[in-house]
Design a protein around this ligand. Structure first.
Ligand code: GCU
Length: 473
């Protein structure tokens, strides 16, 4: 399956993560069911043939473009501050009441899908609660289960797995970072066969994010995305998307996995509002790679999230669809990744269809506008370097251009952007390890691999400043 290749090309850490997760909970994908779902969406859309996505392997003849001279076939991106009517947006009210809803509508219909009005209710229970230690920090840890109401589709059962860990030596309520991924209850044994390096970072690295957060008076939570929605197209008739559709195929504007994962994070935030340990006005969301995309999507659509750390998100995340550098729209529309997106997004990879053909330049919105939906809240974009495995596939340069292009919206809303004055079309990203961390919109490319680990020590003080947080001991 073509889109899997780049996963293998990414860093050891990502591979270990996948290994650990596979041991813990990833089921085998039913390829036949997946292809049937993908073909059904193509036929609903009238798509006869998709352009194949480029390969992530630079040795393959059909590898992705890495020539900067060919990277900008669509240099003029949609303007986040011009209404569809052509009128310029000059006030915050015009943004909130007119332009933002237009952008949201385009993302929901064409790119990421809509959370249905009948999205099921979730009932949270605390399955276990322990006083433990994480590193040197005394904590209160809760294992949470969110039971998704499946009365509309009783054959599909969804129980959202999450854990919440808050410091016991800081007066609450405390801010909490929600991390997309599989996390262990403190004190619990790693699953059989899981690689020890995943659970204990190699010597010489920073303390794990969990310990850094606790040291700064924050709590953390893990949300297991796969417990909300499977990470493959075969699962679209199951999970929460399946419950809402009563087990039927998606319609073209129904939600994909990225929005379903974001919905799960929003439901966890609902629970936080009922837990005295958590300051629900200071909750953040974090993820790397596909979960970096999910973190951005969560932040963009749920304005209750105060802060986001978007790790190495690439195409479908901060990387502009309109850039021809690394991963392309055609990778997202293929059978290995279309499930992240709305079905309608598949149109943009069409070579032959009842409507002719479409490409990245036809998408009504782009990633800078997804970032703009986060404004004026605290938004940190993180990448690593290709030499260490954060591949060029992710298009760090294009992602920086998107951040610059989102800046005017942050400024309009009274926030600070990256502070860069050059035009997004010509701007060059800063050197590695040079953070632009003075504003609500922040950027830092660290010198590590496909992980955000080296950026947590910059993220936390920045987030404290942005959220005005000082822990009370
Ligand atoms: C592949 C895919 C990316 C994705 C990454 C991941 O490389 O092309 O879009 O972010 O896998 O591991 O999540």
């Amino acid at each position: 399956m073509r889109p899997c290749k780049p996963v293998v090309a990414l860093t050891t850490l990502a591979v270990l993560l996948v290994a650990a997760l596979a041991v813990a909970q990833w089921p085998q994908v039913d390829q036949e069911k997946l292809d049937k779902d993908h073909r059904d969406m193509m036929s609903q859309l009238g798509v006869k043939k998709l352009r194949p996505g480029p390969s992530g392997n630079e040795k393959d003849p059909n590898h992705a473009n890495y020539d900067p001279a060919l990277a900008n076939p669509f240099p003029d991106w949609p303007d986040p501050l011009t209404l569809k009517s052509g009128k310029k947006v000059t006030t915050a009210d015009e943004w909130w009441n007119e332009r933002r809803p237009e952008i949201v509508e385009d993302f929901e219909r064409e790119v990421l899908g809509r959370v249905p009005k009948n999205a099921p209710k979730v009932t949270w229970t605390v399955k276990a609660q322990v006083d433990e230690k994480v590193g040197d920090h005394p904590v209160l840890a809760k294992e949470l289960v969110g039971k998704v109401d499946n009365s509309g589709a009783p054959a599909i059962e969804v129980n959202i797995d999450a854990i919440l860990v808050t410091p016991a030596d800081v007066k609450g309520p405390v801010p909490v970072m929600v991390m997309f991924g599989f996390g262990m209850m403190p004190g619990a044994k790693p699953p059989e066969g899981a690689n020890k390096f995943f659970f204990a970072p190699p010597p010489g690295s920073d303390p794990p994010a969990t310990e850094q957060l606790l040291a700064a008076g924050w709590g953390y939570a893990y949300l297991n995305p796969n417990s909300v929605q499977a990470d493959n197209g075969a699962g679209l008739t199951e999970g929460v998307v399946g419950i809402a559709n009563k087990g039927k195929f998606r319609k073209p504007d129904d939600w994909g996995s990225l929005r379903a994962w974001g919905w799960g994070a929003s439901r966890l935030l609902d629970y936080f509002a009922t837990d005295k340990a958590v300051d629900e006005t200071r909750v953040g969301i974090e993820g790397v790679s596909r979960y970096g995309k999910a973190a951005l999507v969560t932040m963009a659509f749920d304005t209750r999230f105060a802060v986001v750390l978007i790790g190495s998100s690439g195409e479908g995340g901060v990387k502009p669809h309109r850039r021809n550098f690394g991963e392309a729209v055609e990778n997202l529309t293929a059978s290995g990744e279309y499930h992240w997106m709305a079905g309608n997004f598949v149109k943009y990879g069409a070579e032959e269809a009842t409507f002719g053909s479409k490409n990245a330049g036809d998408i009504p919105v782009d990633s800078h506008e997804l970032l703009a939906l986060c404004a004026p809240r605290a938004t940190f974009i993180s990448y690593g370097v290709p030499e260490q495995g954060d591949a060029n596939w992710l298009d760090q340069q294009g992602s920086f251009m998107a951040a610059v292009a989102a800046g005017p919206v942050f400024r309009l809303l009274g926030a600070k952007d990256l502070g860069v004055t050059e035009d997004y079309r010509t701007v060059k990203k800063p050197d590695v390890n040079v953070g632009l961390l003075d504003g609500q919109l922040a950027w830092r490319q660290h010198d590590g691999g496909h992980t955000d680990a080296p950026n947590w020590k910059y993220f936390i003080p920045w987030a404290n400043k942005m959220l005005g947080y000082t822990p009370r001991k």
